[in-house]
Design a protein. Structure first.
Lengths: 282, 305
């Protein structure tokens, strides 16, 4: 065997091994959700009993509904503030305190969750002390998730803004469009794919968070990860496998659908560009 | 009067000017939710508990503000060797995690960047997909795989490879496995972004000049991917230092991690100044790596290598 094909074989083997490592736990979760045995780790035979148990588990279902609500609202807030941040940092290269804004916006990305959670909670407690507001609950969890989400949405929107380079904006302005027209007719439509992926990403982040929610939630507000985490700490529980499988199926479908949507948009845009170019050369 | 008018209109103009609004909104947002909360942590770390309340730092009883800084929490951290050991062990686990992620992720990103162009989006999506499914559930899944009556032990024993179950849970092995597993995509993505842009003509030129592929890799590919290595390593190391969920679910009681100490001080001991002081020292530890990360991102934005 030649050196080159040996190298290729090694490369393939390495990549397959990493993929197995990444997917092994997910596959185990799904397979054992259909296991009839009470023991999570011993296979007896296929059944849907844990899905039946899940359907009756009102505490878990309430938590899932709360998490969906928080994820939806916080993703909207994240995309809004993330877009503002991306525009401020990319459209204006020089303003007072730009470095401060850029480091504050990347802080939630890297700072350990426990520190973000602790600092937000202490801020909220101080606000309660001075203003009597807000109470710990839905709003405080939302703020925490939206802070984290804004940082991620900023990264997604920024990378799109850098690709767009502003030539189309300039062209629109040369043709007499007002700034808000440039935004609504040119910049915003071009940004939509990035906004969609930022929404999906921040939705997932919020739906997945356990540390910030634990710090910021009040009595009566347990999110799905909080319920799962407290059960997982006690031991293994097959209902978790069932809820995991449902989430994995939904998320996988959403990711595949959104990637189809993005590539469709991309093709449509290219087609329209080509059309415009051939029209202008007539 | 005219002067007044122009003053007001200039204030009004600057307030509703698009530029100031675009900069002002995120500024207010991050000041309120990121900067001020950290200052409050710093403040509370220098007070002490009075019953269930945190002592106030400024005393107005004499009619004049009197500032009292209380360093008791810091003194306690410095005097109790358990804290020192825990910080050290957190740094150690974060460092090993970073090195393992780099060792697994660099070759992976390199091979992915060299894979046929039409396959790369699919390969990339396969890396992203687990990232989209709940991190908590994936860590829980490792628990079902690793426990002594878990899936891996059951399979190995039914195949008669081992007679007695291996101890793979609640030790540094399971902790590191969970950390490498969770943080690997954070290493691979920036490395792939960097390596896929590498100009292959440098390598061709080196080959034409008689450099061996091995030497060319170390002299050309690695230095040119420095930005990716730095970004990936920092994205793994910094959150790993303060990780809480993975040690709680996979680490057992023997592995010391500072994120768990902070959690316990806050939720179990209800000692807010102590939790804040633990957080401040943790921030001091990750300050340098964060500065390195910010600088590498800024260089990247300006197009420097």
């Amino acid at each position: 065997m030649s050196q080159a094909s040996n190298n290729k074989l090694f490369a393939k083997g390495w990549m397959i091994a990493v993929y197995i490592f990444l997917y092994l736990p997910i596959i185990t979760l799904v397979v054992f959700s259909f296991n009839d045995s009470k023991l999570v780790t011993v296979w007896s035979h296929a059944s849907l009993r844990w899905y039946e148990a899940l359907a009756k588990d009102t505490a878990l279902i309430d938590a899932v509904l709360l998490s969906l609500k928080i994820a939806f609202l916080s993703a909207l807030m994240s995309v809004l503030f993330g877009t503002f941040t991306a525009f401020a940092l990319n459209r204006y290269k020089r303003f007072k305190g730009r470095t401060l804004l850029s480091s504050m916006s990347s802080m939630p990305l890297v700072m350990p969750d426990v520190i973000v959670g602790l600092s937000l909670l202490l801020m909220i407690v101080s606000a309660q002390h001075w203003l009597g507001y807000p109470q710990k609950g839905l709003l405080t969890i939302l703020l925490g998730h939206a802070l984290l989400g804004t940082a991620y949405a900023n990264v997604v929107v920024t990378s799109r803004l850098r690709e767009m380079d502003g030539k189309l904006d300039e062209a629109a302005m040369d043709l007499g469009a007002k700034p808000w027209q440039v935004f609504t007719l040119v910049t915003f439509p071009l940004l939509i794919p990035a906004l969609v992926s930022a929404f999906l990403l921040t939705f997932t982040l919020s739906f997945d968070d356990v540390v910030l929610s634990s710090f910021l939630s009040g009595p009566g507000y347990s999110t799905m990860p909080m319920v799962i985490f407290s059960r997982a700490r006690l031991g293994l529980n097959p209902t978790i496998n069932a809820v995991a499988t449902v989430t994995i199926v939904v998320v996988t479908m959403a990711v595949i659908a959104s990637s189809f949507y993005t590539s469709h948009q991309e093709r449509k845009r290219k087609r329209e560009e080509a059309q415009a170019y051939s029209d202008s050369n007539k | 009067m005219a002067e007044k008018q122009s003053f007001f209109s200039s204030v009004k103009n600057s307030l509703f000017d698009g530029r100031n609004a675009v900069i002002g909104v995120p500024y207010f947002w991050f000041l309120l939710l990121a900067a001020i909360p950290l200052l409050i942590v710093l403040k509370i770390s220098m007070s002490e508990m009075e019953g269930t309340q945190v002592s106030s730092m400024i005393d107005w009883s004499n009619g004049w503000p009197k500032l009292t800084l209380n360093f008791a929490s810091y003194q306690f951290i410095a005097s109790d060797s358990l804290y020192f050991k825990t910080y050290l062990s957190s740094i150690k686990y974060a460092l090993i995690t970073t090195l393992l992620c780099l060792a697994i992720g660099y070759p992976f990103a390199y091979f992915m960047a060299r894979a046929p162009k039409h396959m790369q989006p699919t390969l990339l999506m396969l890396i992203m997909l687990p990232f989209w499914t709940s991190f908590l559930l994936r860590i829980y899944a490792w628990k079902t795989l690793l426990v002594s009556n878990g899936v891996i032990n059951n399979v190995l024993m039914s195949l008669h490879i081992i007679d007695t179950p291996l101890t793979m849970m609640n030790n540094s092995f399971s902790l590191l496995l969970g950390m490498v597993y969770s943080y690997l995509p954070f290493m691979i993505l920036p490395l792939y972004a960097n390596l896929s842009k590498l100009d292959l003509r440098y390598l061709e030129a080196a080959a034409d000049l008689g450099t061996s592929p091995f030497k060319a890799f170390w002299l050309i590919t690695v230095p040119l991917s420095k930005a990716g290595i730095i970004a990936g390593s920092m994205l793994v190391f910094i959150p790993a230092v303060g990780e809480y969920v993975i040690p709680e679910l996979l680490g057992g009681s023997s592995t010391l991690m500072i994120g768990r100490v902070l959690w316990d001080e806050f939720f179990n001991n209800l000692d807010w100044p102590m939790a804040s002081a633990v957080a401040v020292v943790m921030i001091l530890i990750i300050l340098l790596p964060m500065a390195i990360y910010n600088k590498s991102q800024a260089d990247l934005a300006e197009g420097k290598p």
